[in-house]
Design a protein around this ligand. Sequence first.
Ligand code: UD1
Ligand code: UDP
Length: 374
Amino acid sequence: MAGSKQKKILFIFGTRPEAIKLAPVIKCFKSDAYFETRVCITAQHREMLDQVLDFFKIEADYDLDLMKKNQDLFSLTARALEALKAPLTTFKPDLVFVHGDTTTTMVASLAAFYAGAKVGHIEAGLRTFNKQSPFPEEINRQLTGRIADFHFAPTEKSKNNLLAENIQESQIFITGNTVIDALEETVKRVSQKIPQCAETIPFGSKKVILITGHRRENFGPGMRRVCEVLKEIVERRHDVHLVYPVHLNPNVKNTVHEILGNIENISLIEPLSYPDFVWMMNASYFIITDSGGIQEEAPGLGKPVLVTRDTTERPEAVTAGTVKLIGTDSTKLKAAILELLDNAESYKRMSKAHNPYGDGKASARILNAVKQNL
Ligand code: UD1
Ligand code: UDP
């Protein structure tokens, strides 16, 4: 197809979950000659982003290489806005895709607007309506929603949130969440063999609980409480083993290693590659997390999830009963863990596999919507 007829598409993202959830969309757009598709990474994350790019074989056309150790929101936001000018003004995209709710998402949509490009927001319309939780993601998502021209909402509920904010219905497309597209592709590629990262974990003989955590509003007391409860559980229960791939944010790493380091039945490990993490989710008994993406993936795999947050912008699986919103209160968390360990009925009720977030075809729907409307 002649270059002049092609629509120019720029994907901008910066963190691990954005890369996982955009990988199938990028693949779709790259394989369609109607579009000239380029990829810009802010690299708000570095190692954790590169792991995903390697697995999905995504090459960045522009790498802004912004990550600094223990970066704060002021400087990350300012440096990202400044650095995005070059790719936007040289490539001059017709449409910029952003995803979700990170600082990269919010800044990239603003930068795209300044550059005169249209903005497509994938995973649009998720809301807690509490601007402190998740912080700063709720506000990142609302600001991106104000700027976006096309809103790709994963569910009916997220569409309704956008309608309530006076976004025009013609700009909203219910597509499902692309995380399911990524998960389905990955499950097919995940080896049946035990990956190296799991060789020392006693999957056969113990109940293995998989843990992750990184929310800013949990830094300090919340995260400490969660770690103390986990420590108490393994001290009391010799039938349990915890696996914790620790997020590289020093606010997480330092607390987790201080409280849970060097304990026999706890494996603190480096962040896992996406296929290894999917393998680990599948092999574990249940999951404790404050992650957004894991709340969407685990129900598809039939794994119960206890969420160490007070709010969630993903209520669909909570309503279905496979995800429980627990928060970081010690008594509540301990009770919820023990119930899943000891009450077979409760465990069974939370273990049914279902996919409220998508059917694996979200990327194709996004491509079709853009073709028809750009
Ligand atoms: C970010 C997003 C959050 C998202 C999460 C996914 C913001 C404000 N936060 O949180 O919405 O849910 O990513 O994981 O956008 N670090 C490394 N290597 C890495 C990644 C991070 O060393 O590959 C360390 C660095 O010291 C960095 C720090 O983690 O400064 C914080 O990274 P940042 O992206 O600012 O925040 P996250 O907590 O990762
Ligand atoms: N994940 C991963 N390796 C890990 C932990 C998580 O690949 O060690 C994946 C997980 O399957 C999900 C995504 O990373 O797709 C979630 O990322 P994170 O929890 O960092 O961010 P959030 O979803 O909360 O924004």
